[in-house]
Write a protein that binds this ligand. Structure first.
Ligand code: SF4
Length: 187
């Protein structure tokens, strides 16, 4: 990337509301290293109310990554993303693609549960989102599927596919086809 391309890229990031970032060299960080860092995170007040940190799980080389907004109660208990009712629906969706959880990666924007499953607030998203960006940079998926109408992933743009607009069971199928930039976004 030359200087002009870098300037354009940074300007595009600002347009998406991303004000802070630093570059991580991919060969200097792995998913387990990042997980260790996230599990110890106390950057936002959710660290005081969470039971576990829900980093995400799946294939480190997944071509498809599902991103939800935040862990719920069951996820907070088990430390795993999309378990319980919403998880069953996601599993069905994955199976219909003739894939399994081992083929994809599943995570959330926030790694800790907001109390009473309230919506994450903007400052929490801001403090946590770079962990997601770092995950995506390491995994380098071809497609990111934003679940639950995830605000941050919608803001990346791309095409949205509403597979079942009548669905009322918690998984809103906003699928964002997006190529992840080779520049890393990390805390
Ligand atoms: S939600 Fe994110 S930023 Fe807040 S404590 Fe958990 S890992 Fe850290």
């Amino acid at each position: 990337m030359d200087a002009n391309e870098a300037r354009r890229f940074l300007s595009a990031l600002k347009g998406m509301g991303i004000e802070s970032y630093f570059v991580v060299k991919k060969d200097e960080i792995t998913l387990p290293m990042l997980q260790k860092q996230v599990k110890a995170c106390t950057r936002c007040p959710l660290a005081r109310t969470r039971r576990t940190v829900v980093f995400g799980e799946g294939n480190e080389k997944a071509e498809l990554v599902f991103v939800g907004e935040a862990p719920g109660e069951e996820e907070d208990l088990q430390g795993r993303p999309f378990v319980g009712r919403a998880g069953k629906l996601l599993d069905q969706m994955i199976q219909r693609m003739r894939l399994s959880r081992k083929d994809v990666f599943i995570c959330n924007v926030l790694k800790c549960r907001p109390p009473q499953n309230r919506d994450p607030d903007a400052s929490e998203i801001d403090m946590c989102k770079n962990y997601l960006f770092a995950q995506l940079e390491i995994i380098e998926p071809k497609v990111i599927c934003a679940l639950e109408g995830t605000r941050i992933t919608r803001s990346w743009g791309g095409r949205a596919y509403h597979q079942d607009p009548r669905s009322d069971h918690g998984i809103q199928r906003d699928c964002v086809a997006s190529h992840v930039s080779p520049v890393i976004l990390a805390p």
